[in-house]
Design a protein around this ligand. Structure first.
Ligand SMILES: Nc1ncnc2c1ncn2[C@@H]1O[C@H](COP(=O)(O)OP(=O)(O)OP(=O)(O)O)[C@@H](O)[C@H]1O
Length: 257
């Protein structure tokens, strides 16, 4: 039986994934500051809504009000979908403090309590029939306790995969770090997409590479991408090549690999 896939809908990305993310996979979106992880996650959810797939954004780093404003900058107005019950933001940021927070439907009263967060997440997934979930960022859940990182990701994976969602866990790494976001986390995740920002001759260049993706083959190359006012565009037919003479962008002759 062919593997069921969830399309990211991000231009160029599904080609790199040879069709999309295998259903129920829990995928780390890993990268340094400003590499585009949050935008990647929001675009994935927005595209899901356009395909009739309900989604949830777990907000650990930013106020839900700010997230709605940021998404609108790309033309992604989620409010009608929230009213329809197709989209929800789980507020795991404010702890319920402030007037704006009182208007949020899903609030995690103590964002440091992972058990509590999982209870709210389960309720929201069932309420809206979510098929896509993005957690931004999962690193926040274990920043002060790196030893629990793997168990936190395993707990989330059981719930997310168990309830049938295909999810992205946004994982922060420092600028120089080669890893993906914490001991054991890399192994617990079903997939890893790594986003990078490199300074090349005085200019920052964006690229991404699919490091692993259970259940499918995928491009093994590093592909350049850009962020525009409509979101991310990945150049699946270009590679970023690092040699001793420097870093070069190169056009691929044949499609894909
Ligand atoms: N409209 C736009 N057009 C082009 N680039 C943009 C636009 N909006 C944001 N960006 C770029 O996206 C970057 C922010 O991306 P994003 O918030 O997804 O990063 P991140 O990887 O989540 O970072 P962090 O881990 O620091 O939160 C900005 O630094 C900017 O370079």
């Amino acid at each position: 039986m062919p593997v069921e896939r969830v399309k990211t809908g991000i231009p160029g990305m599904d080609e790199i994934l040879h069709g999309g993310i295998p259903k129920r996979n829990v995928v780390l979106i890993s990268g340094g500051p400003g590499t585009g992880k949050t935008i990647f996650g929001q675009q994935y959810l927005w595209n899901g809504l356009q395909m009739g797939e309900p989604g949830i954004l777990v907000a650990l780093e930013e106020h839900p009000v700010q997230i709605r404003i940021n998404m609108q900058q790309f033309g992604w107005d989620v409010r009608p979908y929230e009213r329809e019950g197709m989209f929800a933001i789980i507020d795991a940021f404010t702890g319920g403090i402030g007037e704006a927070a009182k208007r949020e439907r899903y609030v995690v009263r103590d964002p440091t309590d992972v058990g509590l967060l999982i209870d709210v997440l389960k309720e929201a997934i069932r309420d809206i029939g979510a098929q896509r979930v993005v957690i931004d960022s999962v690193s926040t859940l274990y920043l002060t306790r790196p030893s629990v990182a793997r168990s936190v990701v395993m707990m989330l994976k059981r719930v997310l995969s168990g309830l049938g969602t295909t999810s992205l866990l946004i994982s922060q790494v420092s600028v120089t770090e080669r890893g993906f976001g914490g001991p054991g986390v890399e192994h617990a995740a079903d997939g890893i997409i790594r986003l990078d920002l490199d300074e090349i001759e005085g200019e920052l260049k964006r690229s991404l590479i699919v490091w692993k993706m259970r259940g499918t083959s995928h491009s093994m190359r590093r592909h350049p991408f850009v962020i525009t006012d409509k979101g991310i565009i990945v150049y699946h037919n270009k590679v970023l090549r690092v040699t001793r003479r420097g870093v070069f962008e190169e056009e691929l002759r044949e499609e894909g690999e």
